[in-house]
Design a protein around this ligand. Structure first.
Ligand SMILES: Cc1ncc(COP(=O)(O)O)c(C=O)c1O
Length: 458
């Protein structure tokens, strides 16, 4: 067996994640090259003083990441990315470049550890089984307030409540601020969860013009005046679906319109959570007229259902009353997990792993899509892809679906009667592995290079 030099530098306390990460790094750096055999699992486990299952799981993780292949009865080999990955086999489940879900990294192991920790703390468990204040337990609110400081907020826990994800916070805010028939202003392309909620609350949605930075202040000013609108939903950082981020000057200009027109700003920074240093939220410029929504869904796991809402305390009381009417309170186990991760540094580690995986997938996408024009942002798992003529978004997505790949079209984000561009959003985070992502992107290029079926109907 060829030895894998330097593979075994991890310590006896190595976890699945640390072994997998060390090997992945060596593969990426070229210290382990394509075709090279990894040490037998038993040998590596002995060398590291860990159970063989820890090494098996680490190897399985490398396979999931598309960095290694197991050969039955032989061993695990470093994999080379093929220059032209095969398209999905007919009848195979579709390759999902449509949904928007955090890439699984080390959350399962982190959850196992934190649940074990909680299980050894009966007083904490008893508290988790009790009713809680509607806005969340004080320590959960404080953990959220501290985490939200990255968006420029003050860390004041009285201004923060815990929600079951950003969507829950959004529902609470809109139900508190709006009544049926009210107008809601938003970017011309906006988050479908907002559009669905607005429909269910019977709000009139008006989509506003955007440029390369996002929402235009002049468009907001004009619409606020002509529709006598009071509500704005806006996503200034890593906007969904375009990935655009506003400059500081744009944020200030929008805050000025919000102030002058007496608007309520509902600001969504869900995707900005991935950034180590996100730009300040617009909400920090108009804190008394703003509701800031953040969550851990896109950087850890959506099943956590942990979100934080920042707003003036008197408004939080009103939103909390709406949550009480729904379900009394947020179930405290999930914010307890998040709070422990935030305190121990595990949250930051998971976020930085997320960034690392997104960076790998972006690099792969740039290779597969070389020569095509599209917009992307560092640390963001979406590409915004304007389609070349003669493709329109819906026939393109349909042709792609027939080839076994799913994407979202611009129309699925169109706010109100806004006209959608001929563009699709490509999510890089939901494919089950880089290999599958590569297959999906190569198929996408093949479809792009083909011709749409002609509609010859007279
Ligand atoms: C812009 C935006 N806001 C909010 C959400 C929902 O987040 P959560 O899972 O925290 O409810 C999503 C999910 O796709 C999103 O894209």
């Amino acid at each position: 067996m060829p030895s894998a030099p330097g593979v075994a530098t991890t310590t006896p306390t190595s976890t699945t994640a640390s072994i997998a990460e060390e090997l992945a790094q060596k593969i990426r750096d070229g210290q382990l090259s394509a075709g090279e055999k990894l040490p037998a699992q038993r040998v590596l486990a002995q060398r590291l003083g860990v159970p063989i299952t820890t090494v098996s799981r680490a190897y399985a993780r490398l396979e999931q990441q598309g960095l290694a292949t197991a050969r039955v009865g032989d061993g695990t080999y470093v994999r080379a990315l093929s220059p032209d990955a095969a398209p999905p086999a007919p009848g195979a489940p579709p390759i999902d470049l449509a949904h928007n879900v955090a890439i699984p990294t080390d959350e399962v192991e982190a959850l196992r550890q934190v649940l074990a920790e909680i299980s050894l703390d009966p007083a904490c468990m008893a508290e988790l089984l009790a009713y809680q204040p509607e806005a969340g337990a004080p320590q959960h609110r404080q953990a959220g307030a501290d985490w939200l400081r990255r968006f420029g907020t003050t860390g004041d826990a009285r201004r923060v409540m815990v929600t079951h994800g950003a969507q829950h916070g959004l529902a609470g805010v809109l139900r508190t601020l709006a009544k049926p028939g009210d107008t809601l202003l938003t970017e011309s392309l906006s988050y479908p969860g907002l559009l669905a909620l607005a429909r269910s609350l019977r709000l009139q949605v008006i989509g506003l013009e955007m440029d390369g930075e996002g929402l235009l202040p002049e468009a907001l000013d004009q619409a606020a005046h002509s529709f006598q609108a009071k509500l704005l939903f806006c996503s200034p950082t890593l906007h969904n679906p375009t990935g655009r981020t506003m400059s500081l000057a744009r944020r200030e200009a929008l805050a000025a319109v919000v102030r002058r027109r007496g608007l309520w700003l509902v600001e969504d920074v869900v995707h900005a959570a991935v950034l180590a240093q996100p730009p300040p939220a617009i909400a920090t410029l108009v804190p008394e007229q703003s509701f800031l929504l953040a969550s851990l869904s896109k950087v850890m796991a959506p099943g956590l259902r942990v979100g934080y809402l920042e707003a003036a305390p008197e408004w939080l009381d009103k939103v909390a009353a709406s949550i009480r009417a729904d379900c009394w309170m947020v179930a405290p186990l999930m914010p307890e997990i998040a709070t422990r991760w935030l305190h121990s540094g595990e949250a930051e580690r998971l976020i930085s792993l997320q960034r690392q995986h997104i960076a790998e997938r972006l690099a792969l996408a740039h290779t597969c899509l070389a020569g095509w024009d599209y917009a992307w942002s560092a640390h963001h798992p979406h590409l915004w892809f304007p389609l070349p003529e003669p493709w329109h978004a819906s026939p393109f997505a349909a042709a792609l679906r027939q080839s076994g790949v799913l994407v979202r079209t611009a129309e699925q984000f169109a706010a109100g009667r806004s006209r959608a561009p001929h563009a699709v959003r490509i999510s890089l985070n939901t494919a089950t592995s880089p290999t599958q992502l590569e297959q999906g992107l190569r198929t996408l290029v093949q479809v792009l290079e083909s011709s749409p079926a002609a509609d010859m109907a007279p």
